[in-house]
Design a protein around this ligand. Structure first.
Ligand SMILES: Cc1cc2nc3c(=O)[nH]c(=O)nc-3n(C[C@H](O)[C@H](O)[C@H](O)COP(=O)(O)O)c2cc1C
Length: 328
């Protein structure tokens, strides 16, 4: 996720129970782009203990295949094609979610990427359509046919359309449709908020796995909890972090943010949806003018008055909403 899934953040999550693999924030690919040195260095010395897949966003076939080959050579565990980004400045360029309006281009891109990556996993992360109100009724089925025919190795389905941004109701029936239509594993994405929710979605759709975004920022123990929930034949005991654990996590996030109040608030935007039912923490943290006052807000809500021993809610509080700037 943009500005969130940095190498430092992946390490911090890995220390609390890593997912099977990580995916980088998207790399925008133009004719002249070259891998950023920081990302190349991270791929070379990846110390998360898990494979790291590089996500590409673009539509220029020559540039995308060149980038895919370069990242594979740099040690990417796989290359992922973004068919979901809903930011208008992105989709208007016919990339990310915008590509869902041009399936022949998706077909050509996947054909070329598959050719370029004979021995490197190729995955796709997609929304369920561009705008369900106006899309051709067979759009998702045609996309699934392309994914199957082009030999994609894994498909992650964010269960809402591009126009739904990060808020519209998720519809996991699209995930179930994908499971039936493509031979590769399908992951469900979108509001996989807890281990319970993951178990419910896996049972309902038959998907091979789940992909977690904002909810893993709110709750970095989520991957561990999901793993525990699926252990012991499905009834495993799940770790419950305390509010003091959350405060310690925020201390590490402050380091990940390099002391930048703005960068730390991007993370706390999501953490805050699980701190209190009234959304007071979110409101106060947004107003904090500097790092010292921001951390004081965290102390007041998470550890003051013996609160630190209280369990951290496994779900976000209803009606407490984060406002990601990516929706702009
Ligand atoms: C701030 C922000 C940045 C994101 N950046 C990316 C990205 O670079 N690539 C991507 O595939 N999805 C990106 N997403 C979408 C998430 O990966 C995910 O698909 C979406 O938020 C739904 O899943 P969730 O409910 O687990 O967050 C981003 C989401 C947010 C909120």
């Amino acid at each position: 996720m943009q500005d969130l899934t940095t190498p430092a953040f992946m390490r911090l999550v890995a220390a609390r129970g890593a997912p099977d693999f990580f995916v980088t924030e998207f790399v925008r690919v133009h004719a002249t782009t070259r891998p950023e040195p920081e990302l190349a260095e991270f791929l070379a010395r990846n110390d998360t203990g898990r494979p790291v897949v590089v996500q590409l966003i673009g539509e220029d076939i020559a540039a995308m295949t060149r980038a895919a080959r370069e990242f594979a050579a740099l040690g990417a565990a796989g290359v992922d094609l973004n068919l979901g980004c809903p930011a208008p400045k992105v989709f208007r360029k016919n990339v990310g979610g915008g590509l869902l309006r041009d399936l022949p281009r998706v077909d050509a891109l996947l054909a070329a990427l598959r050719d370029a990556l004979p021995a490197t996993p190729l995955s796709v992360k997609t929304r369920t359509g561009f705008d369900h109100r106006t899309d051709p009724s067979d759009l998702f089925d045609r996309l699934l046919e392309i994914v199957a025919r082009r030999g994609v190795d894994l498909l992650a389905v964010h269960a809402r359309d591009v126009r739904g941004l990060y808020r519209s109701p998720v519809d996991y029936s699209f995930v179930a449709r994908a499971v039936r239509a493509v031979p590769c594993p399908v992951f469900a994405n979108g509001e996989i908020s807890s281990a319970e929710r993951a178990a419910g979605v896996v049972a309902a759709t038959g998907c091979a796995g789940v992909m977690c975004g904002r909810h893993a920022v709110r709750n970095p123990w989520l991957f561990r909890q999901i793993r525990e929930r699926f252990a012991a034949g499905g009834g495993g005991a799940v770790f419950t972090p305390t509010l003091a654990d959350v405060r310690a996590y925020i201390g590490e996030l402050a380091e990940v943010a390099g002391g930048s109040v703005g960068a730390l608030k991007k993370f706390l935007n999501f953490v805050g949806t699980g701190v209190d039912a009234q959304g007071r923490f979110l409101a106060e943290m947004r107003r904090a003018p500097d790092l010292a006052q921001l951390l004081a807000v965290c102390d007041a809500h998470l550890v003051a008055g013996g609160r630190g021993a209280e369990p951290f809610s496994p779900e976000p509080y209803a009606g407490v909403v984060s406002r990601p700037n990516c929706e702009a």
